[in-house]
Write a protein that binds this ligand. Structure first.
Ligand SMILES: CC(C)(COP(=O)(O)OP(=O)(O)OC[C@H]1O[C@@H](n2cnc3c(N)ncnc32)[C@H](O)[C@@H]1OP(=O)(O)O)[C@@H](O)C(=O)NCCC(=O)NCCS
Length: 283
C-alpha cells in the first residue's frame, strides 16, 4: 500500500463494512465524511510507522482489498481488513492476512478486534488466534446514576510516558506513536495515585476508546469519569469487551447502557489483558 492508495482503500473498507450491516429496504450505512477522514489519517499514520504491514490487493489495476497491521514493541495488531463485497469469499482475504501476519514475525503476541463477519472469524482462527466472544455496550448514560468520581484529571502529551508504562504492565507493550493520533482526536483522562495508575481516551461523544489501568479500582474511576462526559441526549457505545472486563460491563449496565454480543477479541500467545478496554484500531 502506498500513500496514493489511501483514498480508494478507505472506500473499499467502507463498502466492506457497509455490506456487513446491509438490511433489506434500508440505505447502506456508509461512513460519515468525518469518519472517512479519520480512517485516512490512521492509514497515513500507519504508512509512516508500519509501511511493511500495510497491503492492498489489486484486480486489473483496481484496489479490491486492504489490510493494515502494526507492530508495537513485542505486540502485533491488525488495524484494518476488508475486501470489496462482490469479491469476498474468494481467497483475497486469506492472501492479505498472510502478508499482514508475516509483518509480525518475531512479535510475541497478536491482537485483533474482529467484526461479527463469520468470514473474518474463520480467517483469524485459521491463523491461530483464539476467539474471545465480545460485547457491545450502547445507549444513553443516565446521569442521575453517576457516582462522584475522584482522582481523575484531564491529561496531555506530558502524560504519555505514564500511559506507555501502564500499557506495558497491562497488555505487555506500549501504544507509542499511536497515542499521538488518539491525543489529536480525543480527550485523555489520567488517574495516577499511590495505589495504582491508568488512563482512558474519550471520544467527543463520551464513548471510552481505550482504557488501561493497573487495578480495577482505578479502571472503574476512569470509566465512570468517561461516562460522565457523555452528552445525556446522545447515545454512546463501546465494544470489544470480553467477559474478563466484567467490571466495565457492570459499570455500563449501572449507568443505564444495554449489552449485546458482537464480534470477537482475537488473541495469539496472550490472555485478554485486564482491566483493559482496547481500541478497535490501535488494539
Ligand atoms: C473478512 C474479509 C476481509 C475476508 O476476506 P475474504 O476475501 O472474504 O476472505 P477469504 O475468501 O480468504 O476467506 C473467507 C473464509 O470464509 C468462508 N466463507 C465465505 N463466505 C462465508 C459465509 N457467508 N459464512 C461463513 N464463512 C464464509 C470462506 O470459505 C473462507 O474460508 P476457507 O478459506 O476456510 O474456505 C472480508 O470478508 C470482509 O471484507 N468482510 C467485511 C469487513 C470485515 O468484517 N472485516 C474484518 C474486520 S475485523
Amino acid at each position: 500500500m502506498r500513500t496514493g492508495d489511501v483514498t480508494v482503500a478507505e472506500s473499499v473498507t467502507d463498502l466492506a463494512f457497509a455490506a456487513l450491516e446491509d438490511r433489506p429496504g434500508m440505505p447502506l450505512p456508509r461512513r460519515s465524511t468525518a469518519r472517512a477522514r479519520r480512517w485516512r489519517d490512521r492509514a497515513e499514520h500507519l504508512l509512516r510507522h508500519d509501511a511493511g504491514g500495510c497491503w492492498v490487493a489489486e484486480d486489473e489495476g483496481h484496489v479490491v482489498g486492504v489490510t493494515m497491521a502494526l507492530r508495537r514493541e513485542s505486540l502485533w495488531g491488525l488495524s484494518s481488513y476488508g475486501v470489496l463485497p462482490r469479491l469476498q469469499g474468494a481467497g483475497i482475504g486469506k492472501a492479505l492476512l498472510e502478508v499482514a501476519v508475516a509483518y509480525g514475525a518475531g512479535c510475541l503476541r497478536g491482537f485483533i478486534c474482529s467484526s461479527h463477519d463469520p468470514r473474518a472469524a474463520r480467517r483469524y482462527r485459521s491463523a491461530g488466534f483464539t476467539l474471545y466472544p465480545a460485547m457491545l455496550l450502547t445507549g444513553q448514560v443516565d446521569r442521575s446514576l453517576l457516582p462522584v468520581s475522584e482522582g481523575v484529571r484531564e491529561g496531555s502529551a506530558g502524560d504519555l510516558d505514564l500511559c506507555n508504562s501502564v500499557d506495558r504492565q497491562v497488555r505487555g507493550a506500549a501504544h507509542g506513536p499511536d497515542f499521538e493520533v488518539l491525543l489529536n482526536r480525543s480527550t485523555l483522562l489520567v488517574c495516577d495515585q499511590l495505589t495504582g495508575s491508568g488512563y482512558c481516551f474519550v471520544e467527543t461523544d463520551g464513548s471510552p476508546h481505550v482504557l488501561a489501568a493497573t487495578n480495577r479500582r482505578v479502571a472503574s474511576r476512569l470509566l465512570w469519569e468517561a461516562l460522565a462526559r457523555a452528552d445525556p441526549a446522545s447515545p454512546i457505545s463501546f465494544g470489544d469487551v470480553t467477559a474478563e472486563q466484567e467490571w466495565a460491563v457492570d459499570i455500563a449496565l449501572a449507568a443505564g447502557l444495554t449489552v449485546r454480543n458482537e464480534g470477537y477479541v482475537c488473541l495469539r500467545h496472550m490472555r485478554p489483558p485486564t482491566p483493559y478496554l482496547p481500541s478497535a484500531h490501535f488494539l
